[in-house]
Write a protein that binds this ligand. Structure first.
Ligand SMILES: Cc1cc2nc3c(=O)[nH]c(=O)nc-3n(C[C@H](O)[C@H](O)[C@H](O)COP(=O)(O)OP(=O)(O)OC[C@H]3O[C@@H](n4cnc5c(N)ncnc54)[C@H](O)[C@@H]3O)c2cc1C
Length: 420
């Protein structure tokens, strides 16, 4: 019998394992894959965007928002930063986003590993890799959990524990470990899991223009538009791929896009290539440019003004023949060109799959969680990190939740179990 079994060696599980060791809990951490923290290494393009200075509950979504509010009241950004400082990670801030000063996600994983090592050496914490948990059964009479674990030799072990924490993540980026098994285990226990969908992901598009633009990367104002209403708008890089659009502006707006798609609303993306000037100013600028380049074709006259691959698309959308002598373009055509440059539409959008998504929208329903992120049905069964129906915006918020929920669960583990 052990005090605590943590299922899942991602950010939440690793933080909690170190804290549990420090508090004297005899702990077993089960990790499905051959090493812990694979996803941590992939975060922030290998730099690990740990937190964000622009912090408020508004950056989080899901049915467990009330629980999250309480967690963050105690473990807000100062406490999370203090946790990292205590472990040797100093922030480096870029536009509010906080990274380890080393700009290496591996240093984050290493300090977490080190925070556990000393308790592993003392024998109070065990980390078992290649050990997926497949089932949890609660013996209410004895107040004991039995966790079934599949071993490397494909046999089954049963671990007994007073408390179990599921930190198995959701279904996003399954190659990094989280493929939804933890959610299935919970569902088998009668715990409600909300509908799931990929979050912080690319948008797929069947618009033929997208494929023609594959490989193009530009900085622009990118807006999410629903029936002529601009729902959100941001300036950053957008990247065209064979089957969709990506880049920070798309990833950040994918949640809202997903909400609209789910509600069967017609959405499109609008790309403003000249966000620094108004439509009127752009019209005047084009008029002047085309007058001075009047011997050139419309296509050649736009060279150097916008990305070359975009020129035929912009002219096509504006209804202008590429070969048309630009000196012959009338005011209406110039007006139409200015309009297109301010709003290139990308249509026929859908969400990418879980395969490349950064988070899962949905998870353990908020109504299942009592105080301390403990199950209302099962005393001593906790949920932390992404498995909970709580997702944060892009920019460090999801890792803040993973850490804050681990800190909070540690506070709510019953102390008497430490004596076994
Ligand atoms: C490419 C990418 C980049 C990202 N970048 C950022 C970023 O910069 N900033 C940010 O805030 N967020 C980022 N995120 C999101 C963030 O990484 C996650 O929300 C966070 O790591 C979730 O932590 P977790 O511990 O809850 O779950 P996970 O990190 O998913 O860990 C769950 C662990 O449980 C294991 N597991 C699963 N099932 C079982 C089982 N049955 N038995 C045992 N073990 C099991 C998995 O193998 C995995 O190791 C990124 C995500 C991705 C995919």
């Amino acid at each position: 019998m052990t005090d605590l079994v943590i299922i899942g060696g991602g950010m939440c599980g690793l933080v909690l394992a170190g804290l549990a060791g420090e508090s004297g809990f005899r702990t077993i951490l089960l990790e499905k894959t051959d090493r812990v923290g694979k996803k941590i290494l992939a975060t922030g393009n290998g730099r690990c965007n740990l937190a964000n200075r622009d912090f408020s509950i508004e950056h989080f979504h899901g049915s467990a928002l009330e629980q999250a509010r309480r967690v963050f009241e105690l473990y807000g950004q100062d406490r999370i930063e203090a946790f990292w400082e205590e472990n040797g990670i100093t922030y480096l801030e870029e536009d509010g986003r906080c990274y380890p000063r080393s700009l290496q996600a591996s240093s984050v994983l290493n300090v977490l590993r080190r925070s556990i090592d000393r308790y592993e050496q003392a024998g109070s914490v065990k980390v078992l890799t290649s050990s997926p948990a497949t089932k949890i059964v609660y013996d209410a009479k004895k107040k004991v959990y039995r966790v079934t674990v599949r071993t490397e030799t494909n046999t089954q072990n049963i671990l007994e524990a007073r408390n179990v924490v599921l930190t198995t993540g959701g279904k996003a980026s399954p190659r990094l470990g989280s493929a939804g098994e933890g959610l299935s285990i919970a569902e088998h226990m009668g715990i409600r899991v909300t509908d799931l969908r990929p979050g912080l992901c690319r948008l797929l598009s069947k618009d033929p223009m997208v494929r023609r633009l594959a490989g193009v990367r530009i900085k622009a104002r990118v807006s999410l538009i629903c029936e002529k209403e601009i729902l959100s708008s941001m300036i950053d890089e957008i990247l065209f791929t064979d089957d969709g659009i990506s880049g920070p502006v798309v990833i950040e707006q994918s949640r809202l896009a997903g909400d609209m798609i789910e509600a069967e609303k017609k959405i499109r993306i609008g790309i403003d290539l000249c966000e620094e000037i108004s439509k009127g100013e752009l019209f005047a600028l084009l008029e002047k440019r085309f007058r001075s380049l009047m011997d050139l074709s419309a296509e050649d006259a736009l060279e150097g003004f916008i990305h070359k691959k975009l020129i035929p698309e912009v002219l096509r959308i504006s209804g202008i023949d590429r070969k048309e002598n630009c000196g012959k373009l009338n005011r209406k055509q110039l007006g139409s060109l200015a309009e297109t440059l301010k709003d290139i539409p990308v249509t026929d959008l859908s969400l990418d799959s879980f395969r490349e998504a950064q988070v899962t929208i949905g998870g353990i329903a908020g109504e299942e969680l009592g105080d301390g992120l403990m199950s209302r049905k099962y005393p001593g069964l906790f949920f932390g990190g992404e498995i909970v129906d709580l997702d944060g915006d892009c920019g460090g918020y999801n890792l803040m939740w993973a850490v804050a929920s681990a800190l909070w669960i540690r506070d709510h583990l019953p102390e008497e179990t430490t004596n076994g």
